[in-house]
Design a protein around this ligand. Sequence first.
Ligand SMILES: NC(=O)c1ccc[n+]([C@@H]2O[C@H](COP(=O)([O-])OP(=O)(O)OC[C@H]3O[C@@H](n4cnc5c(N)ncnc54)[C@H](O)[C@@H]3O)[C@@H](O)[C@H]2O)c1
Length: 341
Amino acid sequence: MNQVNIALIGTGRIGRLHARNLAYRVPGARLLAIVDVLPDAAQACASETQVGEVCSDYRAVLERRDVDAVAICASTNMHARIVQDAAAAGKHIFCEKPLDLDLGRIDAMLAAVHRAGVKLQVGFNRRFDVHFRRVRDIVASGEIGVPHVVRICSRDPAPPPLAYIKVSGGLFLDQTIHDFDMARFVIGREVRELYAAGEVLVDPAIGEAGDVDTAVVTLRYDGGAIGCIDNSRKAVYGYDQRLEVFGSRGVASAANPRPDTAEWSTADAVHSSMLGFFFIERYTDSYIAEMRAFVECIQQDKPPEVGGADGRAAVVLGYAAKKSLAENRPVRLEEVATPKE
Ligand SMILES: NC(=O)c1ccc[n+]([C@@H]2O[C@H](COP(=O)([O-])OP(=O)(O)OC[C@H]3O[C@@H](n4cnc5c(N)ncnc54)[C@H](O)[C@@H]3O)[C@@H](O)[C@H]2O)c1
């Protein structure tokens, strides 16, 4: 298959970004239709991407024979239904993270995808970030020896609106989920146990909504390595995203890339540019790379680089972290879910 015809479903923050990438920056992709339950949002996105077909019911695009694949960027609570309908219609699927907040529904989604024999790629874009991918490649090459310690720092510049927090599944399933995926990806090992400490230090309203805004999660991997993820909903100096793997023969790390390399000094201090504002600025290239990989896996009929099992595994880690926080004790993953291949 040369050209891959794609319909995009959901034109919010991330959907608009993916639509622009699919329209202009992904060779072999043709953005054929835009869907959103909000007609104005769909139309605005279609105008921006010069797409002629707009509709408000995603089932209409699933009926079209000329649609090969869908990019699901609708709200999380819609993912399960759209994935199952898209699979039944024989469409390849890109689905934003998290697949769903409920493991039972995730298993139903994965079963539908398996039955239909279509491809499912999950939106863990950080795997396609050149800096983090280089660290992963260095670790995989054996250059730093056996991994002993993984450190992931992931802090947002500001909390999302409270209304979003209430339906997000909480810090671990909304924010840390990317870090859980990175923790597995960067050393290619599974986590067997974790301990999560969490506090409300940024905004009491987040605590009243039943969530935490600051957390540290300690991970124990199969094979003996230890990991540490630290999260905050508010870093006053900007979006802070760093990664380090310490091994028996060295260390590999990725610092925050700066928007520019200018540095200037005055009598009191040395200055440099602030970090990019948030995920759209920091991960621009990774969003393009993940869509290129999605289109390539369809064209070349190969498995997606980040599939349904990866989407499920990150949610299992989120479940374990929630349980650990609630019960203030280390939790083994088999306490919250049975492993899947
Ligand atoms: N990978 C990332 O970095 C990243 C970043 C942000 C969001 N996300 C994920 O992407 C998804 C969307 O997040 P967002 O921030 O863009 O949300 P958003 O609320 O800005 O946008 C969601 C859009 O989906 C539309 N929608 C809802 N139900 C629909 C349906 N049945 N059919 C068609 N459209 C429908 C809404 O009208 C809205 O326009 C979430 O699952 C979120 O977790 C991922």
